[in-house]
Write a protein that binds this ligand. Structure first.
Ligand SMILES: *Cc1c(COP(=O)(O)O)cnc(C)c1O
Length: 373
């Protein structure tokens, strides 16, 4: 049997990206594998990253960290987005590092540790400017709680997250580093010296060595994509190789006359007689419904743009009247070898008014992942 569509993931590209970053910094590398490794597949990516120079894994959710343990991976793993009420007993039993950014969470984690007689491993998140996660108003109260309970905790790390590291000209990142130092000093003043200091996402890893400290959290760059093509340039500039290629079959190729209105709402009118191809992928597979005609597919090195609206399971492309593609042939949606000259993930992101992160993470689980290399 052949797949109607598949996302091919090049693990050698991921290995090469991790190795490239590793050789550019003395910091440890935490491979960010949340959201099913940005759609690339949690376990194969985690194993590849660890084999290529990463020493830590990072995820958002506790269930993602537990899935890593259940696959038999025992590398240091942190889950940084665990709301109150999560199963911290399981987290501690699975030896998962937890992030703390409220006193309420600290108390829950302490109680969980006490109930099984084990010491939780925690990383303190501080809000240095992004105003998302991290301690801000409760900081002083937290320091008091910490002083009372420090023997019940293994204080592993101190960390923050940058809001604008993808704008290298912007001074916000340095301001955040400066804020971070204040929190760090407060901790040192009560005798706490976390071994792992981590601030940098991919953008800061690529552009702000001053923020590397003891560990960097490498996400999008590991998948071979630029954090922001406009401000930082494309991935090739950093010797990063895109890992995902999305392929799908044409369920049907047929000729249609000039003047035809294609798809729901008849939003696209054919300007000439042409061949249309029906691609077996739709918005339920993660193809953004509002993608414009500046993205599409490629066949034999030639681009075929989207015509009309993307449907739930399929979309239509204009193959051109002389295209040799037949019903059942595969087309490349994005990625692929450079000589194929198809659409890139960044072109798809621009055509759908979004970012490359969203294009890869939204590819649905009904699209099989096929691993190469
Ligand atoms: C997702 C995430 C990262 C990785 O960001 P990239 O821009 O993909 O490198 C790093 N740190 C935290 C806390 C994150 O949530």
């Amino acid at each position: 049997m052949t797949y109607r569509a598949y996302a091919q993931v090049d693990l050698a590209a991921i290995a090469s990206n991790v190795a490239a970053i590793k050789s550019s910094t003395s910091a440890e590398i935490l491979a960010v594998v949340k959201a099913d490794a940005y759609g690339h597949g949690l376990i194969p990516v985690a194993q590849t990253a660890l084999a290529s120079g990463a020493s830590w894994l990072g995820v958002a959710l506790l269930e993602e960290a537990i899935a890593i343990r259940k696959a038999g991976i025992d590398a240091r793993t942190i889950a940084w987005l665990t709301p109150p009420g999560d199963d911290f007993v399981s987290a501690i039993k699975h030896d998962i590092d937890l992030s703390v950014s409220s006193v309420m969470l600290l108390r829950e984690i302490l109680a969980a540790g006490a109930s099984i007689g084990r010491t939780p491993r925690i990383h303190i998140e501080v809000d240095t400017g992004m105003r998302r996660g991290g301690f801000l108003d409760e900081w002083k109260l937290f320091l008091e709680e910490l002083a009372k309970n420090r023997d019940q905790l293994h204080l592993v790390g101190l960390w923050t997250h940058f809001a604008r590291a993808d704008e290298p000209e912007n001074t916000t990142t340095l301001d955040q580093v400066h804020e971070f130092e204040k929190y760090h000093t407060d901790l040192q003043a009560i005798g706490i010296n976390p071994q792992i200091i981590h601030l940098s996402n991919s953008a800061a890893t690529l552009t702000a060595p001053i923020a590397h400290r003891s560990m960097v959290r490498l996400g999008i760059a590991m998948y071979g994509l630029s954090p922001d093509v406009k401000t930082l340039g494309d991935a090739a500039k950093y010797s990063l190789k895109s890992a995902m290629t999305l392929k799908a079959k044409l369920s049907l190729v047929k000729s249609a006359p000039k003047g035809s209105a294609v798809g729901y709402g008849g939003t696209a009118i054919l300007k000439e007689d042409t061949k249309l191809g029906v691609v077996v992928l739709g918005y339920s597979d993660g193809i953004p419904r509002n993608t414009g005609s500046s993205a599409g597919v490629s066949f034999n090195g030639r681009k075929a743009p989207i015509v009309g609206r993307v449907s739930m399971d399929q979309f239509v492309v204009n193959l051109g009247s002389d295209c040799a593609a037949l019903s059942g042939d595969y087309v490349t949606v994005f990625g692929g070898a450079p000589e194929e000259d198809g659409y890139s993930i960044d072109e798809w992101a621009a055509a759908a008014s979004t970012i490359n992160y969203e294009i890869v993470t939204r590819i649905a689980s009904r699209v099989p992942r096929i691993y190469v290399n």
